[in-house]
Design a protein around this ligand. Structure first.
Ligand SMILES: Nc1ncnc2c1ncn2[C@@H]1O[C@H](COP(=O)(O)OP(=O)(O)OP(=O)(O)O)[C@@H](O)[C@H]1O
Length: 241
């Protein structure tokens, strides 16, 4: 198995001059971006700046959108959204296994996200946090080379969100996919990601490497400098934040 350092020298996602427009309005305006294999990247930006548009492009979910540019992404990609998108008429394990076989692997993935024993539960019997855990298990079972996550914790309460941060980082460490995490939350970005991008007027306005060891704490004063730079790039002062 390749070491993490070796892996980072391989490029998993490459965008060159990526543009996307809606009704004549350009949302992504010639984005160039390389994401090395195994890197954990967070994408910040104002509401409407095009974060989901970029994620959908990388996921290959935007065939109807007008655009140009070159995009390379791995074959095995999993996407997690703000809502779990579990099928209500299938039990949790069947949701996790959807489109794959290998029941043992499904059970293992559920155990990894702390849902051991809930295999036969129906989705409506799960809490919001549990449903997102199941969604993570469903994404893992495919052993993705790239995990795309669009505000996966946006609908969860603060405590559950912190637990999910720890879980996601553990899962990343074990499986080492490249991650592109779209979030509104500057603290979530700096606690989880090794690199944070800010999308601004259709381009990557800031590309910041977060050089702090994990696990990270929100209260780490050395993260404060990164927070300030990101808030400044987003046009927010600490007082507003
Ligand atoms: N299918 C679509 N049809 C028309 N316009 C769209 C479509 N999808 C996105 N847009 C527009 O593109 C812009 C960027 O949207 P996008 O959802 O990518 O932003 P975002 O940064 O993810 O926003 P948010 O943080 O609010 O989720 C918005 O102005 C949005 O209205």
């Amino acid at each position: 198995m390749a070491t993490h350092t070796e892996q980072l020298t391989r490029v998993a996602v490459q965008l060159r001059g990526l543009t996307r427009s809606f009704g004549g309005r350009t949302v992504l305006d010639g984005i160039d971006l390389d994401i090395p294999a195994g890197q954990f990247v967070a994408l910040l930006g104002h509401s409407g700046s095009g974060k989901s548009t970029l994620l959908r492009a990388v996921a290959g979910l935007d065939h109807e959108v007008v655009g140009s540019g070159r995009l390379t992404a791995p074959e095995r990609v999993s996407v997690v959204f703000q809502d779990s998108r579990l099928l209500p008429w299938r039990r949790v394990l069947d949701n996790v296994l959807l489109g794959t076989d290998g029941e043992d692997r499904g059970r293992e993935a559920l155990a990894e996200v702390g849902l051991e024993g809930r295999e036969r539960a129906w989705p409506n019997e799960l809490s919001g946090g549990e449903a997102q855990r199941a969604a993570l298990a469903r994404s893992l079972v495919r052993e993705p080379e790239l995990l795309l996550a669009d505000e996966p914790f946006g609908a969860l309460d603060a405590l559950t969100r912190i637990k999910m941060h720890v879980l996601l980082r553990e899962l990343w460490k074990r499986h080492q996919p490249s991650v592109l995490l779209v979030t509104h939350d500057v603290d979530e970005a700096i606690v989880l990601a090794d690199r944070v991008l800010v999308l601004e007027e259709g381009r990557i306005g800031l590309d910041l490497t977060i050089d702090r060891p994990h696990p990270r704490s929100y209260r780490d004063p050395l993260l404060g400098e990164y927070r300030e730079r990101l808030l400044a790039a987003l046009g927010v002062t600490e007082d507003h934040a």
